[in-house]
Design a protein around this ligand. Structure first.
Ligand code: AMP
Length: 281
């Protein structure tokens, strides 16, 4: 498996694969792989003959005071894991390669980027859509794989692909969790022992709400109160948001009906974690 750092070389590698009649799958990431990332790579490999994995910690999706500098990086370990999972090539460009001096173009999806994580992280999704659009233009995949862990990101990318008539199929993939329920995340490494234990309230509160809905509870306000209350029992947790929204439009749900997404963001010390569940009622 090759590690490629320039746009011209990755273009060449993909075009050779295409000439050989191979279907191209793409998994964009920021690296520091765990089983969530690897599940995407495995799925991409099962559905495509040629799999490109990008590893790029995208500076423009981080806000001032966020963790761009400290974001964990380990290219050596990542390349070993990606190869075993089925990647054919890793695209690992420099910041200079992606945003050379004089760079001026940004992609912005309106509306759904303002809610949930967009409200707490202004400019975040503009950074995400810009880098994903650039990577799509470079790799030109048939299918691109994204984790439901970042449910809003999936909705925003799907909106962008629809609006810009991009000929790429977006494949959402299920959240991979630790044995105790915590959603896997590269940022879990920031948690100290106490915070790691405390972070279990995220999945616990979501699963509890899911069980209540399955048992007939339909009151959105009450469900949000229960989730928030469960999280607040943990003194180390500081709630950023708890929302129940339509899974497709991300509009706030008045009633529990159809495809819904319960999404939350909670801080433990300096670490902001997100989690969600989707369910159909
Ligand atoms: P990141 O490196 O955090 O930008 O994530 C790269 C891709 O992996 C994104 O599409 C994420 O949604 C996905 N991902 C991250 N964590 C998980 C997880 N626990 N389960 C499934 N997919 C995940």
């Amino acid at each position: 498996m090759k590690i490629i750092e320039t746009v011209s070389e990755i273009r060449k590698a993909v075009s050779e694969a295409r000439k050989a009649g191979k279907k191209v799958g793409f998994v964009p990431t920021m690296g520091y792989f765990h089983n969530g990332h690897l599940s995407l790579i495995r799925r991409a490999k099962a559905e495509n003959e040629f799999v490109v994995v990008s590893i790029f910690v995208n500076p423009i999706q981080f806000g001032v005071g966020e963790d761009y500098e400290t974001y964990p990086r380990d290219l050596e370990q990542d390349s070993k894991l990606a190869e075993i999972a089925g990647a054919n090539v890793i695209f690992h460009p420099s910041v200079q390669e992606m945003y050379p001096q004089g760079y001026k173009t940004y992609v912005e999806v309106e509306g759904i980027t303002l809610r949930l994580c967009g409200a707490s992280r202004p400019g975040h999704f503009r950074g995400v859509t810009t880098i994903v659009e650039k990577l799509f233009n470079i790799v030109k995949p048939d299918q691109a794989y994204f984790g439901q862990k970042d449910a809003q990101q999936v909705a925003v990318i799907q909106q962008m692909v629809r609006d810009l008539n991009m000929d790429i199929e977006i494949v959402p993939c299920a959240i991979v969790r630790e044995a105790d329920g915590l959603a896997m995340s590269s940022r879990n490494i920031y948690l100290n022992e106490g915070e790691r234990k405390a972070a279990l309230v995220l999945s616990q509160s979501l699963f509890q709400a899911e069980a209540m809905i399955r048992n007939g509870e339909r009151d959105v306000k009450w469900l949000k109160e229960i989730i928030t209350g469960t999280i607040k029992v943990e003194p180390k947790a500081s709630v950023d948001y708890v929302e129940i929204v339509d899974a497709l439009t991300l509009e706030v749900s008045e009633i529990i009906q159809g495809k819904i997404l319960i999404a939350l963001s909670v801080k433990f010390g300096k670490t902001r974690l997100i989690d969600n569940i989707r369910l159909e009622v």
